[in-house]
Ligand binder design. Structure first.
Ligand code: SAM
Length: 260
């Protein structure tokens, strides 16, 4: 991870005061012990993305950028051009995402560009070209139409699409996806599908990615996290032990997909 250093005149106390006045999704490390209290496990997610440490000369598109952490991180890794897009949370009344993104860009003296574009509206025209690295993080399970979303992501990818997603049905070894009616997943009606790894790979191939690499699943759920790390927690109830014996059912995964 790169520490993102603010420029300008804001001292630590002023930074802390401004940070405390907002709700944060992303956890930014601004150095000298100053963090944004994001409710997202951003730094763990970053570790699992397997992004190149050096992005010099690369162009990056961050689809569904929220507070913009990953866009600013790619800029800090030397990307030549970074474009951030979003629509949902940048337009939600009462959501701080858009003003957090603008404030971060300001204090970091960043050149990250932005477009107010939904995934449904994605095209090379809408984002001013195609990109070497396209980040599609935490978006796939929000798609009512996952194949359509990935096809639109394909249309703006000339290098690698990095997909980070919730995965479900890990115990099913044929391509399958869990459907979450209403708000049954995390009390959030925008969560639609939990694909398993074989389904994500199949969707990526059908969207026009010839080569797909998958990385190991992980979980923020402490019991699954221990299991996935190869540790068997002691003193579990019989019901939980029986469930664990069948293997973790859900988690998060990252896939790197390239057109050829
Ligand atoms: C769970 S957050 C992930 C944020 C960030 N990419 C990350 O991984 O930390 C989902 C993001 O996708 C955006 N999003 C989901 N569906 C979208 C759509 N159809 N059009 C535009 N943005 C969308 C939301 O606004 C939000 O920024």
């Amino acid at each position: 991870m790169t520490t993102l250093r603010p420029h300008g005149n804001l001292d630590g106390a002023a930074l802390a005061q401004e940070i405390a006045s907002r709700t944060w999704f992303h956890t930014f490390d601004l150095g000298d012990g100053v963090h944004t209290p994001g409710y997202d496990d951003t730094l763990t997610k970053l570790e699992h993305l397997h992004l190149p440490p050096d992005l010099k000369g690369q162009t990056v598109l961050d689809i569904g950028s929220y507070d913009g952490f990953f866009a600013f991180e790619c800029e800090a890794r030397g990307a030549e051009r970074v474009m951030a897009t979003d629509r949902w949370c940048w337009e939600w009344p009462g959501c701080d995402a858009r003003r957090n993104f603008d404030w971060m860009r300001d204090i970091l003296a960043s050149k990250v560009e932005d477009r107010l574009v939904s995934v449904e509206e994605l095209s090379p025209e809408a984002v001013d070209g195609t990109y070497d690295v396209v980040l599609f993080l935490g978006v796939l399970y929000h798609a009512p139409d996952p194949l359509g979303y990935l096809r639109r992501a394909r249309a703006v990818t000339k290098g690698t699409l990095v997909v980070e997603t919730l995965v479900d049905l890990l115990d099913v070894d044929v391509p399958a996806a869990a459907y979450y009616p209403g708000a049954s997943m995390n009390n959030d009606a925008s969560n639609h599908w939990g694909p398993n790894p074989a389904a994500v790979e199949g969707l990526l191939h059908d969207a026009g990615f010839g080569h797909v690499r998958r990385f190991d699943p992980w979980s923020s759920n402490p019991t699954w996290a221990l299991y996935l790390d190869g540790n068997r927690p002691r003193r579990l109830s019989r019901r939980v032990r029986e469930r664990l014996d069948k293997g973790p059912r859900s988690g998060r995964m990252v896939f790197h997909a390239t057109p050829t």
